[in-house]
Design a protein around this ligand. Structure first.
Ligand code: R5P
Length: 297
């Protein structure tokens, strides 16, 4: 099997580590913007008859999706045998239904775009809620890796007497897996969302856990409002300062500061999206999945 790893500039360091850990060569991509904002791309690597592995994490997806599709298309036109995508964060999974008449179900549209351009997909903890598995919307072989084990091990190493807190009912399976890996108890809250930054959370009786350190776990921190609400209520109930742990540091402007101001002691994320909060490394898991994918063909 002959393969080459390529990345758009924003994911260059991620791609370098994937190539090192998976023992695959890293190709060079020349990329720039023309004065009018259009994208110039040039692959400086042999693609003919090879499996080309594109690495592109898809936060801020509107800026990335078109260059990514151009890149996949270019690799094909250079006679790549297969073109796969490693997208540690997969965007547009949350608008997974038409809640109001006429709304775009962007989870499906985005999946269509990505599926048409690639032969396979590997990602980490995509937001699966009303869509239960990637295969419902992605038409190419799609693997969802799970960071629960890595999160749980970080918690058991770093947090004294933790209790894992899932922010809403849909996080039950996930919070229980993290708690299992951490060897910690877990509780679940209930969440109502009224708008993009308008969230209300109900907490259960936390009296039995006042001697524990609450560890709030979520798949995504975006505006941070889910975490901020939970932190405030836990602090009002008299808990220790919570630790916030998430897989994907989407972290819109000011989200981390808002969580710390609300009373969190620390915010820690995995490196599916590069951010100063990254403290949990999921690249070894990704690299091993890439090797499995390439060698099973
Ligand atoms: C939604 O269901 C997700 O699991 C997260 O809870 C949500 O995306 C967090 O968003 P925000 O940080 O904007 O509250």
């Amino acid at each position: 099997m002959s393969a080459v790893v390529l990345a758009l500039p924003e994911s260059a360091s991620l791609a370098r580590r994937v190539s090192e850990l998976a023992s695959l060569p890293l190709g060079t991509l020349e990329s720039r913007q023309f004065p009018d904002g259009e994208t110039y791309l040039r692959i400086d690597a042999e693609c003919a008859s090879k499996s080309v592995v594109l690495v592109c994490t898809l936060d801020r997806p509107n800026d990335k999706i078109l260059p990514l599709i151009f890149l996949a298309d270019t690799a094909r036109s250079l006679h790549a045998k297969r073109v796969g995508l490693v997208a540690p964060y997969l965007a547009y999974m949350r608008q997974d239904a038409r809640f109001h008449t006429g709304e775009a179900v962007t989870a499906r549209s985005f999946a269509g775009l990505v599926s048409r351009a690639h032969d396979w997909l590997i990602t980490v903890d995509p937001h699966l809620h009303r869509i239960h598995e990637l295969g419902e919307v992605y038409t190419v072989p799609s693997l969802a890796l799970h960071a629960a084990g890595d999160l749980g091990r970080w918690i058991s190493r770093s947090v004294e007497n933790p209790v894992v807190v899932g922010p809403d009912e849909e996080s039950a399976q996930w919070a229980s897996a993290v708690a299992g890996a951490a060897g910690a108890p877990w509780i679940l809250l209930s969440k109502m969302r009224y708008g993009d930054r308008d969230v209300d959370v109900r907490i259960p009786d936390v009296e039995p856990f006042l001697g524990h350190t609450p560890v709030l776990v979520d798949d995504i921190i975006s505006s941070g409002q889910t975490m901020v609400n939970v932190i405030r209520q836990l602090r009002q109930a008299g808990t220790r300062p919570p630790v916030c742990v998430a897989v994907h540091a989407v972290l819109c402007n000011g989200a981390r500061d808002a969580m710390l101001a609300a009373g969190a002691s620390i915010v820690v994320t995995t490196n599916t999206i590069s951010d100063s909060t990254n403290g949990i490394d999921i690249v070894p898991m990704l690299a091993s999945a890439v090797r499995d994918r390439l060698y099973e063909r």
